[in-house]
Design a protein around this ligand. Sequence first.
Ligand code: FAD
Ligand code: SF4
Length: 505
Amino acid sequence: KARLIVVFGDQLSDDLASLRGAVPGRDVVMMAEVVSEATPVPHHPQKIALVFAAMRKFAARLERRGFRVLYTRLDDPANAGSLPAEVLRRMAETGLDPLAVLPGDWRLRAAMAALPTEWLEDDRFLCGSADFAAWASDRKSLRMEWFYREMRRKTGLLMEAGKPAGGAWNYDHDNRNAAKRDLLRPAPLRFPPDEVVEEVLDLVAARFGSHFGKLGPFAWPTDRDQALEAMAHFMAHSLPRFGFEQDAMLAGEPFLSHSLLSPCLNLGLLSPLEVCRAAEAEFQAGRAPIASVEGFIRQIIGWREYVRGIWALKGPDYLASNALGHDAPLPPVYWGGPTKMACMKDAVGQTRDLAYAHHIQRLMVTGNFALLAGVDPEAVHRWYLAVYIDAFEWVEAPNTLGMSQFADGGLLGSKPYVASGAYIDRMSDYCGGCHYKVKEKVGVTACPFNLLYWEFLDRHRDRFQGNPRMAQMYRTWDKMDEAHCGRVLIEGRALRARIAAGEVV
Ligand code: FAD
Ligand code: SF4
């Protein structure tokens, strides 16, 4: 039976479940650029441009395969403005019933619910929602590490005769290094805009120019061929150093040895398994060390699959999680407001310029600061969803609400990712150029992370004191001089109140 196949903007895979059995000449494909998807949060202009450009190129690719594609551009006068309205319009036009792959966004699922759509599971993940639910069902704690080992066994990645290659499952102990400046560090491959991208950039500048973030220079891969090139370049040049520098931060060096492949993966231009197989091949050929390759593969078949599983398992209510009862507004620095904190300035500045920050910047700078400052996790979630090039709800929400803000009460992480300035100083070169002094614990130039860290631990003592992974921190605090602790708390609370009032820190 002929179908109207609806392809959403992050479903740009040749092998998408709904396209797999589709027949050119019989089935019709529809895609739509709609304002209702670009504005629930003020998405970064580069991200809107990436999605629209990649959609246009994917539509052309399907046409080359012989499909009739009904493609609605944003500025098409007939554009109905939302995906359900566009689907209704195309149903009336074609007389066909829709078939689609379930989107990774609860809001869109709800919006589409009234239509007579046949839904297919998104099987571009290595672990389907049902398999994850089965894995989670008989466990008290959903530790990522156990899930990851199952995924290694299931995929056979880095497995030798049923055992992990090199003898260990995890080589993170080799990977927690600071980085040094290195003019010879290979840069990721960037792609100057082609004609399709240029046209989209003009549209985005006109329609979404007021959103936080710079539109140019735009350099992301926007089609499968470019994604494959970016992947091959990363494997050949940056993967060997990936693990070594994974947790490091250097001012003005946004990429270090990271892959920048998350947007390609999340749009469906690359599949997780092909990326992992390419990395494994580098290890097998002796071109990249096990610590790098294992670390890289763990991020994809471990973390990426795991957070998708949690998102699907917990449903839409997860988005309202706020276990710590935090309610402060998001400080203006997140939208580019002034700050004296060098680390925040760098992380937010590159987010504005590139729509990109790497994991440790997201987790231990902007995430850590919001958590310590007691910011409402929903506001934090909306920010991460808006500003990053790779942010789609299924992956962003568990990372932000669970891993970074502890809003789910410890489902995803066994302890909150909080740290004082000492951690940032160890892993970066930010502190040398900062107005604040990382070694100072109290006083007007004390690093804000130092004050907020102890104030956070004190404020949430009832919840965390019994946590074995945090006991040492409480012992350290309890051994400190009482008068000093009193001062830290008074200054820490005052600082938090100033941050909540939107003052510049
Ligand atoms: P690399 O460092 O090169 O890692 C390789 C790949 O591993 C990435 O491309 C990505 O696909 C995967 N990966 C690594 N860590 C994670 C993780 N924790 N969860 C899922 N996949 C992971 N990632 C997103 O793709 N979208 C998001 O919206 C997103 N939001 C985040 C919000 C917060 C608060 C935090 C702490 C992390 C978030 N991450 C998100 C995870 C991670 O920061 C990014 O995947 C990574 O920085 C992307 O850059 P890269 O491709 O250079 O990654
Ligand atoms: Fe960040 Fe504190 Fe270091 Fe300044 S001193 S860069 S605020 S960690």
